[in-house]
Design a protein around this ligand. Structure first.
Ligand code: PGA
Length: 260
C-alpha cells in the first residue's frame, strides 16, 4: 500500500516573516486529526532555498517533510548561483524536486541534466521528486506518451534494477495544467500514471513499481483532489498555488485520508 504524499511547491513565493502564520494556520486546520494524518499521509513543503533552514526549524517535531525545488548534481565547484545536494544535506532536506517543467522551460534543463541530478540525488540518499509532463502542443499532436516515456527513461537511465520504491517519487505534471486553472481530468491523469507505472515495471520489476509513488501536479486544489486521489495509480499531489494557502492545503491533506 502506497502512502499518500501531498507536497506543496511554493516556487518563488513567501519569505521568513510568513512562516509562523503559515505553519500555525496549517496545524490549526489539521486540528485533532494530526496523528491519524501522520499515519496515512506524508505532508511535504518545498520552499525556496533561503527558506529551507527557517522552515526546518519551524517544522521541528511536526510530521512534515522538507524538500528543495532544485539542486546541482556536482558536489561543489565553480557553478555560480547553484546549490549542491551536499549543501542541502546540511539543512537537512528529505526530498528534492528535480526536472520541474519551469526548470526545463525557463532554465533550459534537458532530460540528460535531470538524469544526472537524479543519479546524484539517489547516490546521496536524498529522494528525488522527478517531474515529467507534456506541453499542450505535444498533447495536441498525440505525443503525450512518447514525451513522458523519453523523460522518464532518460532521467532513470542511471538507476539500477535494485532501486527500492522509497528511493524515488515521480510527479506527472502536464505543462498545460500548471498554474493555468485547467486540471487534467481524473481519467486523463490516471491514463498517464498507469503508463508511467508500466515503464517502471519494465525497468525495475513489478514489486518495485507498485511501491513507487506517482504524484499528480497541475492546478490540483481542494475541489478536485478527491477525484484524482481516487484513481488507482495516483498516490498524491505536487501542489503549487493551492499549497500557498494553508487552509486549502490542509483540506487537500485531509482528503488524502479518504483515498481508497
Ligand atoms: P500549480 O503548480 O498547482 O500551481 O498548477 C503545480 C506545480 O508546478 O508543481
Amino acid at each position: 500500500m502506497r502512502k499518500v504524499l501531498l507536497a506543496g511547491n511554493w516556487k518563488m513565493n513567501k519569505s521568513v516573516r510568513d512562516l509562523d502564520a503559515y505553519f500555525d494556520a496549517l496545524q490549526q486546520a489539521l486540528g485533532s486529526q494530526a496523528s491519524t494524518i501522520a499515519q496515512k499521509v506524508d505532508i511535504c513543503i518545498a520552499p525556496a532555498f533561503t527558506l529551507l533552514a527557517p522552515c526546518r526549524q519551524k517544522i521541528a517535531g511536526r510530521p512534515i517533510l522538507l524538500a528543495a525545488q532544485n539542486a546541482h548534481f556536482a558536489q561543489d565547484g565553480a557553478f555560480t548561483g547553484e546549490v549542491s545536494l551536499k549543501m542541502l544535506q546540511d539543512i537537512p532536506v528529505d526530498l528534492v524536486i528535480l526536472g520541474h517543467s519551469e526548470r526545463r522551460q525557463y532554465f533550459n534543463e534537458t532530460d540528460e541534466d535531470v538524469g544526472k541530478k537524479v543519479d546524484a540525488c539517489v547516490a546521496q540518499s536524498l529522494v528525488p521528486i522527478l517531474c515529467v509532463g507534456e506541453t499542450l502542443d505535444e498533447r495536441k499532436a498525440n505525443k503525450t506518451f512518447e514525451v513522458v516515456k523519453r523523460q522518464v527513461l532518460v532521467a532513470l537511465k542511471g538507476q539500477a534494477p535494485s532501486l527500492q520504491p522509497h528511493q524515488i517519487v515521480i510527479a506527472y505534471e502536464p505543462v498545460w495544467a500548471i498554474g493555468t486553472g485547467v486540471t487534467a481530468t481524473d481519467e486523463q491523469a490516471q491514463e498517464v500514471h498507469a503508463f508511467i507505472r508500466g515503464l517502471l515495471t519494465e525497468k525495475f520489476g513489478q514489486k518495485t513499481s507498485e511501491g513507487i509513488r506517482i504524484l499528480y501536479g497541475g492546478s490540483a486544489k481542494a475541489d478536485n483532489i478527491v477525484g484524482l486521489l481516487n484513481q488507482k495509480d495516483i498516490d498524491g499531489g505536487l501542489v503549487g498555488g493551492a499549497s500557498l494557502k494553508p487552509d486549502e492545503f490542509a483540506r487537500m491533506i485531509l482528503s488524502g485520508l479518504r483515498k481508497v
